[in-house]
Design a protein around this ligand. Structure first.
Ligand code: GCB
Length: 617
């Protein structure tokens, strides 16, 4: 959910301080997302934090199960007050400073054996000193992602809560911050919930915690909050977009945009809401492409603020069953990826993790990656932008969501909005995927269609898709088709298929033909099968590398016969953890469909796909 801010009286019941705070124009009710946090002045709060595991939410509710934060005087049992005994006779049954610690960023599951399967509430605490560079500056507290729900408190006051485990959020803390001994406390809860997004059931590990970086970001009083620049697909010499200021002087404010390499130096004026639309033309632009991922140094300056970014310009569109990058047909040689660290294990969150994953994809011959099944960390997208790797990003609407629940829709819409807000200036991102393998029904199609319309309003410069499911054509089991009303809405017709794994043996692919009636580019968003690296046998023995190799050979032949085939992202680059995968000695908690094992060893099928991609040059 969008971070909702809620200021409560301080936990120690200090009414005077509370009344004083009420006189100050306090933090925004909802703080819009700060983008491009890479290039803003910031101070990391990463490092060692104390934590308390709290399965009964004892630090959040009193013994009548009423939330402390809703009480007139929450009292010192509320963990967010960080209370300490003031005399030896005081009774306080927690102490963050004596508690065990976790590294931030990082999931808790792979840091502590006792937390490996933990799904519930856990409190985090850190302390810091901070003095802004300038007294009139503003300070924001930024979280890259927290899975799944975060309740955030600074110096005993609630900043707000955020729901959704894979997107960033921030709160303004200008008025609460003090030079010394700030204490920041979060309750993080990763319990799976039926009406959540995702819902109860997934085929990946539900890593909990402060899984991405935490930082303080300092801005001027009026600052460049948001911007979007993109190449107009209808006129490849025109850049369009907007810039949004935030702060008391945002209205009718000059905004200078410079791209020195293109000799662009133009001043726009914001309207009274602090926004200016941008349009300009440039004749000699080098388009961002796979071969030459050209990014321009772009700088925005307002009276007080200056912000730079590296932005590539490219167009992506479709024409009948072709995908056109800068007007030229492109075949998406892809691979699906989960956000797991190939080096350490656990949730991936560093530039090194991103570099390893994307380098393997490059080695495989890819020009495209599907970042499944939720928004990955920003390093992945920044690096893909630099490397010339096209990207599919995905909302975590997976399998069986509560389609009829408006709150569930709001959760899905919010995560999509935060994802688009963060990554809209990255040329490498060409597809927003709404969902994965969702069962067709009217409420589901309406849900997804609303999401697609939302994405199109926020971003006219990208394609919409979703990983759909295939079915038998007119009851004929050897002929497959896509029979799904949402296929009308998408720009790219993507679907998953597991012929040879969940559906027969690999040789079955020889007898399958495809009738695709939508005149759209086809992308096979998943196919594959499991193999335990190092296990060898004949090609019909499950879990052997030979079986997986054979499955890739047969699948590639079958899929190549689809007339509109314009890309694929087989399942998956690396073995990943999943609690659904329990077969001893083979799976042991891992989905083994990776082309690379969890310890970095390539399986035979890797080379089959590599050869196929290399032959497509
Ligand atoms: C799928 C899902 C993916 C699973 C995969 C599998 O269709 O989209 O999340 O992990 O199959 O391995 O079964």
């Amino acid at each position: 959910m969008f971070p909702t801010s809620k200021i409560k009286p301080p936990g120690n019941g200090s009414l005077f301080l509370w009344m004083l705070l009420l006189c100050i124009p306090v933090i925004n009710a909802q703080d819009s997302l700060l983008i491009n946090t890479y290039n803003r002045p910031s101070t990391s709060l990463n490092g060692v934090w104390n934590y308390i595991v709290d399965p009964y939410e004892n630090g959040f509710y009193n013994y009548r199960l009423e939330a402390f934060e809703d009480q007139e005087d929450p009292g010192q049992n509320a963990f967010f007050t960080n209370a300490k005994p003031s005399s030896p006779s005081d009774l306080i049954e927690y102490d963050f400073d004596l508690a065990d610690s976790l590294l931030v960023p990082g999931d808790w599951n792979t840091q502590k054996e006792k937390l490996f399967y933990y799904e519930g509430s856990l409190w985090y605490k850190t302390s810091f000193d901070y003095t802004p560079a300038n007294l009139t500056n503003r300070t924001f507290l930024y979280f890259g992602a927290v899975n799944y729900q975060a309740d955030v408190y600074l110096n005993g006051q609630k900043l707000g809560k955020h729901i959704g485990g894979f997107t960033p959020f921030n709160f303004e803390i200008t008025q609460i911050l003090r030079p010394r001994d700030n204490f920041l406390i979060l309750k993080v809860d990763n319990k799976r919930v039926k009406d959540g997004v995702p819902t109860l059931n997934t085929d990946w590990w539900n890593y909990g915690g402060l899984t991405r970086e935490v930082k303080l970001i300092e801005t001027t009083a009026t600052f460049i909050a948001d911007y979007f620049l993109y190449l107009d697909a209808a006129n490849l010499e025109q850049i369009k977009g907007y810039v949004q200021l935030n702060g008391p002087a945002s209205g009718n404010h000059p905004l200078r945009l410079q791209i020195p390499e293109l000799s662009v130096d133009t001043t726009f004026f914001t309207n009274n809401l602090g926004r200016t639309e941008i349009t300009f033309t440039s004749e000699n632009m080098a388009y961002w492409s796979v071969e030459d991922p050209k990014r321009y140094q772009v700088s925005f300056s307002s009276r007080e603020d200056q912000l730079t970014d590296q932005i590539g310009f490219r167009s992506i569109s479709t024409r009948e069953d072709d995908i056109l990058l800068n007007g030229e047909p492109v075949f998406l040689k892809g691979i699906s990826i989960h956000e797991e660290s190939p080096v350490r294990g656990g949730r991936g969150n560093s530039m090194e993790d991103a570099r390893q994953l994307l380098s393997w994809a490059k080695e495989l011959g890819c020009n495209f990656v599907r970042l499944a099944h939720y928004p990955h960390n920003e390093h992945m997208v920044r690096l893909a932008d630099e490397m010339g790797m096209l990207v599919w990003e995905e909302n975590p609407v997976y399998w069986t969501i509560s389609w009829d629940n408006p709150e569930t829709y709001a959760l899905a819409a919010n995560q999509l909005t935060e994802l688009i807000a963060r990554d809209k200036n990255r040329a490498c991102v060409i597809i927003w995927s709404m969902a994965n393998e969702t069962p067709t029904s009217e409420p589901r199609t309406e849900f997804l269609s609303k999401l697609a319309a939302l994405a199109r309003t926020k971003d006219p410069s990208r394609l919409i898709s979703a990983a759909l499911e295939q079915s038998a054509y007119q009851g004929e089991s050897n002929v497959r088709t896509i029979h799904d009303a949402f296929a009308e809405v998408v720009d790219i017709l993507s679907f998953n298929q597991y012929i040879g794994w969940y559906d027969g043996l690999p040789e079955k692919a020889q007898n399958i033909s495809w009738v695709i009636e939508q005149n759209k580019p086809v992308l096979i968003s998943e196919f594959g099968g499991g193999a335990k690296q190092g296990l060898h046998g004949d090609k019909n023995t499950r879990w052997t590398e030979e079986y997986q190799e054979y499955l890739y050979e047969e699948s590639l032949k079958m899929l190549s016969s689809i007339k509109g085939l314009r890309g694929m992202s087989p399942w998956i680059l690396v073995d990943f953890r999943s609690p659904r995968r329990m077969l001893p000695k083979i799976q042991d908690g891992w989905n083994r469909k990776g082309l690379i094992s969890d310890d970095g060893k390539k399986k035979k099928a890797f080379f089959v796909l590599q050869q196929f991609y290399n032959s497509k040059d």
